[in-house]
Ligand binder design. Structure first.
Ligand SMILES: [Zn+2]
Length: 509
């Protein structure tokens, strides 16, 4: 190096040589200028590193414009969506170590099961083909009294979570006992939940008095309030199982803590008759009159409601949840879904507990919702395929008061998305994506599930739950449940029938 410098300085004396070096240095400076101006452009074009890219496939965004992007891509960073668009565009801007190839598949927002009782998966099929009263009195009530412990709830929750992930459900709203254990299992599995601790005017599995239940709920809500996946909630069972004073207390609790309030409302004709007789108003009117309803309320069922009550749900910003399969199976009635949609009620879709459905598939629920309302209104245009998918995505998000966070694939929202296979026989050939998703696709077509940016199922393999172990534990509990029903059956005759009404409906609804 130093010898080269010396030799250069020795030859700069001659003029032609000086000219040559001047040209060389000018060219060198120009090259530097060119290079430096090119550098920022090159940096801007270099793709930004993100956590996850889902590339290719048909992106069904469910955003306001209802964009469907063929050969699209979704970029995810820090648990949120940072970009949704054409694959070529997104890939130019973003790169990631973890890439999910969605070519030939659909990418949809995670489904929202807006009403269930997840541990009741362990009561799946213990009793069918009965009306609500008989079903509760003779089977659910005795089975719950004898079996529901924290361990039972944990196993049932794991079973339900595995089933829901397999079916593309990324958020669910629950209502049961030992909800702290439900929250714990849900957080471990990486699933999002609005999880309501049931409070009721009777001794139940986890709490024997109202005061005890409220203390439990206070601690529970404080513990989970800041969790990214779990939204702790309070769940007064129904207007006919919780007194007016206690319903007012629940509202005050919700105002103080910000916790959502989950409740069953107007599920059966009997409920409407009983409340009308006792309170002089129909259930939704009564709840409005006592100051119970708010924009934090989630009302399940709302089957037997009038135009006036629909108006109240809309005015108070109440989320309402339609459970068509459960309502059909228990012959509870048909909710006025087209009317609620027309009125702009925040309406979602739910499976209800697995004991009255008997699965947690939101695909079946979408298909049923679309068909039930066509039949019921004698109008094949009622609840279109696109509307059914809306109910299970953005509708559910609105019903749970989470529409700013979930429900659609848009930059800024939580990264909850599902990759769905489209090449099964029952999906071949394909014309319309909405028709295919709602009328032809099944839970078993779900391939990969991402929640809060974390892959919880990849290529049909569950990554956060041990499916074999869960099934073994659930089967082991089956024996205990069977014995408890067999032992309880003699009690379920005249004595239990006399206890109908309030007590019998405590379990669920
Ligand atoms: Zn329910």
């Amino acid at each position: 190096m130093s010898s080269q410098v010396k030799s250069s300085s020795a030859i700069v004396r001659s003029a032609p040589v000086r000219g040559f070096f001047r040209k060389l240095s000018t060219a060198f400076v120009s090259a530097i200028v060119l290079l430096s101006s090119a550098l920022p452009a090159a940096a801007a074009q270099r793709p930004k590193r993100v956590d996850l890219l889902v590339t290719g496939g048909t992106i069904v965004t469910m955003d306001k414009e209802r964009r469907v992007i063929e050969d699209g891509a979704v970029a995810v960073e820090g648990g949120r969506i940072v970009a949704v668009g054409k694959r070529s565009e997104v890939e130019r801007r973003y790169a990631a170590a973890e890439v999910i190839d969605a070519r030939g598949r659909a990418v949809i927002p995670g489904l929202v099961n807006a009403h269930t009782h997840i541990p009741m998966t362990l009561f799946r099929g213990i009793a069918d083909d009965l009306d609500l009263n008989e079903w509760l009195t003779k089977f659910i009530f005795p089975a719950e009294a004898k079996n529901v412990t924290e361990d039972f709830v944990r196993t049932g929750t794991q079973l339900g979570l595995a089933e829901m992930i397999r079916g593309g459900t990324t958020t669910y709203c629950d209502m049961y006992y030992f909800e702290d254990a439900v929250a714990d299992e849900t957080a471990r599995a990486g699933v999002r939940g609005v999880l309501g601790e049931t409070v009721i005017d009777f001794p139940v599995a986890d709490n024997k008095t109202w005061a005890e239940a409220m203390r439990y709920t206070e601690t529970y809500v404080a513990k989970w309030r800041k969790h990214p996946l779990v939204t702790p909630a309070i769940a007064p069972h129904a207007p006919y199982t919780v007194s007016e004073a206690h319903l007012r207390e629940v509202r005050a609790f919700s105002d103080r803590t910000g916790a959502p309030v989950v409740i069953h409302v107007s599920e059966t004709r009997k409920e409407v008759e009983d409340i009308s007789k006792q309170m002089g108003a129909r259930p939704v009117e009564y709840l409005a009159a006592i100051g119970f309803l708010s924009a934090r309320t989630v009302a399940a069922h709302t089957v037997h409601i009038t135009e006036k009550e629909i108006g109240l749900l809309k005015d108070f910003g109440v989320g309402s949840v339609h459970n068509p399969q459960s309502n059909m199976k228990l012959a509870s009635g048909v909710a006025p879904v087209p009317q609620m949609m027309r009125a702009g009620v925040a309406l979602g879709l739910g499976t209800d507990g697995a004991a009255s459905n008997n699965d947690l598939s939101m695909w079946e629920e979408m298909d049923t919702a679309a068909k039930l309302h066509k039949l019921n209104s004698n109008d094949p245009r009622a609840v279109s395929a696109e509307e059914a998918l809306m109910l299970a995505t953005t509708g559910g998000a609105r019903a749970l008061h989470m529409e700013k966070e979930i429900g659609s694939l848009e930059a800024g929202k939580r990264a909850d998305l599902v990759v769905v296979d489209l090449d099964a026989l029952h999906q071949t050939p394909r014309y319309s994506i909405y028709s295919h998703l709602v009328y032809a696709t099944k839970a078993s077509d779900v391939r990969t599930v991402v929640i809060e940016g974390r892959v919880v199922m990849r290529d049909r393999r569950l990554l956060t739950l041990d499916e074999v172990l869960i099934k073994r534990k659930a089967r082991a509990l089956r024996e205990r449940v069977s014995r408890s029903i067999a032992a309880a059956r003699p009690l379920a005759g005249a004595g239990a029938a006399a206890a109908c009404g309030r007590r019998n409906s405590r379990a669920r609804g």
